[in-house]
Ligand binder design. Structure first.
Ligand SMILES: [Zn+2]
Length: 231
């Protein structure tokens, strides 16, 4: 940024200060979307450092996966809830990219991501994506892909059913509700080992339905990742 642009952006920020998506404090010039304090204090799960971690256990007896990890714990009223709200409902696709990028950098410090053919974001139903303007999981996937150097494939898995609210359903009826919601389109036989990524993981029912669709189409090596995990 040249000096004039720096002055201009400082001048603009007097009237429209950029605020942290986590805590709403004014961001410093070198900070982007999240302040340093929020990034430092986020509730990291460190799932990737634990064998048979609590997230992997929710898939036991349901589907076979290579492993599962989420970046952060989601708590009602917490910073992560505010961040995820901004990502989904406040037109912040850039926040998704940043979270994916941060997570990727965190993961490769300790875990090797070898031989993955693609990162597949959990798709939204087309009318929902149109209304929101973007699929937040796809933005996360793009940031993650940049850090891990793995291509993103957003055309393989498609959501063919709009599912009504899952909030008041138990695990079985959530699963029934989601069954056959996803299909694999334009199957690409060169895809064998993939990362499936979602924004927030709660019961794992959405991911389970996605995994079944991928399994039906010959993709059996799947690692599940999420940004937030609501226990
Ligand atoms: Zn903050």
């Amino acid at each position: 940024m040249n000096l004039f642009n720096t002055y201009l952006s400082d001048f603009c920020s007097l009237f429209f200060p950029a605020l942290c998506c986590g805590c709403k404090t004014t961001l410093l010039r070198q900070e982007e979307l999240l302040c340093t304090k929020c990034i430092y204090n986020l509730p990291y799960t460190n799932h990737n450092l634990q064998e048979n971690n609590q997230l992997e256990k929710i898939f036991w007896g349901r589907v076979n996966i290579l492993g599962a990890s989420a970046f952060l714990y989601f708590k009602q009223g917490g910073t992560v809830q505010r961040i995820m709200h901004q990502l989904k409902y406040n037109n912040r696709p850039d926040l998704g990219f940043l979270l994916g990028e941060l997570y990727g950098k965190h993961l490769i410090k300790h875990t090797e991501f070898k031989d993955y053919d693609a990162i597949i974001p959990v798709p939204l139903y087309r009318t929902k994506e149109k209304k929101r303007g973007y699929n937040q999981s796809e933005k996360i996937a793009l940031g993650l892909g940049q850090s891990l150097d793995i291509p993103v494939n957003n055309s393989l898995l498609v959501r063919v059913k709009s599912t009504d609210s899952q909030v008041h359903k138990n695990r079985i009826s959530r699963y029934e509700n989601l069954k056959h919601s996803f299909i694999v389109k334009n199957n690409q036989p060169n895809l064998k080992k993939v990362i499936l990524i979602d924004d927030t993981i709660t019961t794992g029912s959405t991911l389970e339905a996605c995994i079944e669709a991928l399994n039906h189409n010959g993709i059996h090596e799947i690692t599940v990742l999420g940004i937030a995990y609501a226990t």
